[in-house]
Design a protein. Sequence first.
Length: 317
Amino acid sequence: MNLKHFVAMFLALSTLSVGAQERVVPIKYGDMEQWVTRRIEESGIIGGKTKLLYELGPTKEINGNIAYVNQGGSPWGNSNVMAKVVGIVKTNTSVYPEKRGNGQCARLETHIESVKVLGMVNITVLASGSMFLGDMKEPITGTKDGEKNLNSGVAFTERPKAVRYDYKVKMSGEPNRIRQTGFSRKETVPGQDCAIMTCLLQKRTEDANGNIIAKRVGTAAVAYKRTSDWNNSATYEIMYGDITKSDKYNPELMKLGVGGYYARNSKGESKLIQEVGWASPDEQPTHLILQFTSSIGGAFVGSPGNTLWIDNVCLVY
């Protein structure tokens, strides 16, 4: 075997070796190619329009004002919801399927949603686009404690080394955010808006009172502060154990209790997930939280126009 052939064979074997070290596992429906389309008729007193809500799941249509439950084994929920407040049916859509090349992606956007009925209700809220592993309980019955309707996270016992996906971002350009909760006045929240990804591995237990107690096993999070075109196969390391001494630690995105996530306990009750500490670096998780959001700051906070596109969500091993 001459030197040229030897080098070629060595490079080929090296490539195979590197490839064998990485295993990429798509999250079900995370390629954004299949969507459930819901047709909801809003109450006549606010116009009686038929609105479309979109959910990640097997391609199908659902007609009628039916409370949604995840379809086809989809692990994904989002911020598209049907609300019923004082008997009035209203919808919010802030996550959309959008054409991308020969396929589709998800578009998450922050916008203002309002409903006004003279003498009965006058609500204006800021709604950010959010897509997460878990599900949403419908119908929403008010703006107070709306996050309690989210069941955040799915059962998960593996230890991936990274989360990977394609993304694109459009920033609103506003120097500050706003808070609009529905019944209170609009407030200015200092600081530019940004889109975020949060990936948390947790080891959860439930105490005698049904409280959900968690230790943080793994963490990955990123904030997008600038408009950008598509970035393909963006990969973010999942860091294990106590990461507070790491130069990659960002308290705003990664501290214990970040996000104020709720989940349902074994009795179906909504409980705040109480993150009480960092797990050891070799701990096995019980649940995975993965969320993409077009605005930062919690419910009802953000800048209208902020938009995040997501596609091809995978875990890397």
